[in-house]
Design a protein around this ligand. Structure first.
Ligand code: AKG
Length: 262
């Protein structure tokens, strides 16, 4: 075997392995104006947390990031750009506008979303003019993928989990909103989270983007007005309790999945 073939095969192996640093073939936008904030004010715990500690300390009262509680290495290997486009490129996905009260829905083939619509957030666009792929998943067509996802093991009594899967460009995100409790995990990329307890309604434009809120409102918040915040990466799961306000910002092109407990 000649050296050219060997190099080619090595590259193929590297692509197939999809090392997390290459972000699964999804664009890593490390030069983007959306920078990571080192400050993390969400509690972080490791996988040694017990179910009863989770229930007593977090489930009903505050968010927490649990590190290493799920093993989604296999799911991650199925979420590379190459694999998803090959397996699901011709399937329809339903996009929603990225505003607080998502009204508009648009159906497009997944490969059209990836090739033409999956981009960094345009600073001049409103959230209501930005299409976001998150949720509204077809669990029959995409079942072979979702069955490989390992959700966080802790449930709130009386609830069961429902998945919302998404892929979105750097600088995109969902502006402040609230609903029932749930988990969020990034499979590729990094996602910054901003949270407020139910009694502390944040100041924001429901039709604006999280990015415009970050640039125009966040810098002027006093220490007491600031949200609880942190950036999550693959291998970490963020839990948010019932009715907590939250907004998200993808720092890279991100592949992510929420498990809603309802
Ligand atoms: O991951 C996102 O960007 C949105 C997540 C979210 O808002 C949720 O899980 O409720």
């Amino acid at each position: 075997m000649g050296p050219g073939i060997q190099v080619f095969l090595l590259l193929q192996v590297l692509v197939t392995l999809a090392l997390p640093e290459d972000n699964g073939g999804w664009v890593l936008d490390r030069d983007s104006p959306v920078q990571e904030e080192e400050r993390c004010t969400v509690d972080k715990v490791d996988a040694s947390i017990t179910y009863s500690q989770f229930i007593q300390q977090y489930a009903y009262s505050r968010p927490v990031i649990i590190q290493g509680i799920t093993d989604n290495v296999e799911f991650q290997s199925l979420c590379t750009k190459q694999h998803l486009v090959r397996e699901f490129g011709d399937r329809q996905v339903r996009l929603s506008t990225a505003n607080t009260y998502s009204y508009e829905k648009v159906d497009v083939p997944f490969q059209e979303y990836v090739n033409h619509l999956l981009k960094p957030q345009d600073l001049t666009s409103l959230g209501c003019d930005t299409l976001y792929f998150f949720g509204d998943n077809n669990f029959t067509e995409w079942g072979s993928l979702f069955e490989k996802y390992t959700p966080p093991p802790f449930r709130i009594p009386g609830t069961s989990g429902a998945y919302s899967f998404g892929i979105a460009g750097s600088g995109t995100g969902v502006p402040f909103h609230w609903h029932g409790p749930g988990y969020s995990e990034v499979i590729y990329g990094r996602k910054r989270w901003f949270l407020y307890p139910p009694e502390k309604t944040p100041e924001f434009n429901p039709n604006g983007t999280t990015l415009s809120w970050l640039l125009d409102t966040y810098p002027y918040l006093s220490e007491e007005e600031r949200p609880i915040e942190c950036t999550i990466r693959p291998g970490e799961v963020l839990y948010f309790p019932d009715r907590w306000w939250h907004a998200t910002l993808n720092l890279d092109t991100s592949v992510f999945i929420s498990t809603f407990l309802g």
